[in-house]
Design a protein around this ligand. Structure first.
Ligand code: FAD
Length: 317
């Protein structure tokens, strides 16, 4: 369990990272190729993101549009099982409210339990492309706090069918997402932290954050959480910038600010090789400051590309 890894580390900062399943049609070797170079830094756990199905519209010969459901990156659970099998480290599937009824979720949790996967990150998920706002399934969980409650219930042997007596109790360690610059839909940081407290009250064991590029925002977020009575570990999420395009994409997609110094360095960079180096150096500086502050784990968004994360870890761990 993540919380046990933190306890065992006894104050030493741990290294972990997140990968995403490959596009449909590839084999698991491409996942292992992205993990192998990072194993020397002894990650106690590796996260695997979940990607729900999207609706696409295909134009037919008669000009009408046909709605098609596509799942571009399946395989989260299989990849987690493959990672645990090959590397003997804990693999953590992200699980979503979106696209799942509570019964689907219960059955997914049973699969994970049978596979010996004891950690999950419980998330609401985003709206699919064809929706403006997130819409839960009719019989599904609408917020991550409700999903956390369902997992906690199963940890207490409480299944949806109340007639299931003397049932197997699962033992999941539950992570949830936190936003040092607040969640994009939250009207204020205070309201976002108010609902974070709900996730913790319902059984979340730790928080893992959205990426940020200014450590001060993370430190202030931790302070606000502590002031609100949240005592669980808060793990920072870090991503090195790698392309010029990300200067526009990252603030737009994740609603996070980029510091002016970082922006101008990237703007003036000669090409993307130079940008990659700037991103690595920025992330090393962030990481070193976080280690100095005694943060328990640094969690890197690798996106399956090990090279820049390895360059950072070489300097930090
Ligand atoms: P919630 O905690 O449910 O919060 C969503 C919003 O609702 C917030 O604004 C919150 O303040 C508000 N809120 C919460 N409870 C209530 C309530 N009871 N009433 C009113 N408002 C409320 N997405 C994926 O699709 N796959 C992934 O694998 C994935 N991994 C992620 C990993 C991390 C570390 C992070 C930070 C995000 C990840 N996401 C992933 C994105 C995430 O699904 C989105 O950010 C999503 O919009 C919110 O998810 P959440 O779990 O934070 O939602």
């Amino acid at each position: 369990k993540v919380t046990q890894h933190i306890e065992k580390a006894n104050g030493k900062t741990l290294f972990s990272f997140e990968i995403l399943p490959p596009l449909k049609g590839q084999n698991i070797q491409c996942i292992f190729d992205g993990i192998d170079p990072l194993m020397e830094f002894n990650p106690p756990f590796i996260d695997v993101t979940y990607h729900r199905e999207e609706y696409e519209f295909k134009e037919l010969e008669n000009g009408l549009l046909q709605k098609k459901i596509v799942k571009k990156r399946p395989g989260t659970v299989g990849i987690c099982a493959g990672i645990q099998n090959k590397y003997n480290v804990d693999a953590i599937p992200h699980i979503l409210c979106g696209g799942f009824t509570k019964e689907d979720t219960e059955n997914l949790l049973i699969d994970l339990d049978f596979l010996g996967i004891d950690n999950v990150v419980a998330l609401r998920g985003d709206a699919v492309k064809s929706e403006i706002y997130f819409k839960a399934e009719k019989e599904g969980n609408a917020y991550a706090s409700e999903l956390v409650k369902q997992i906690s219930d199963l940890n207490n042997g409480l299944y949806l069918d109340a007639d299931l007596q003397n049932s197997n109790a699962t033992d999941f360690c539950i992570g949830v997402a936190g936003y040092p610059e607040k969640h994009m839909e939250a009207p204020s940081m205070d309201s976002d932290i108010y609902f974070m407290k709900q996730k913790i009250k319902n059984g979340a064991d730790y928080i893992i954050t959205q990426m940020f590029f200014d450590n001060q925002k993370f430190f202030e977020y931790v302070e606000k959480c502590r002031a609100a009575g949240i005592t669980v570990p808060i793990i920072p999420g870090l991503k090195p910038i790698a392309t010029k395009k990300q200067l526009n994409l990252i603030p737009h997609r994740f609603k996070v600010d980029l510091p002016d110094d970082l922006i101008m360095a990237v703007v003036k960079a000669k090409d993307n090789d130079a940008v990659k180096q700037i991103g690595i150096e920025w992330c090393i500086a962030q990481s070193k400051e976080l280690v100095k502050a005694g943060i328990p784990v640094l969690h890197y968004y690798s996106m399956g590309k090990a090279e820049n994360i390895k360059a950072i870890a070489n300097e930090v761990f």
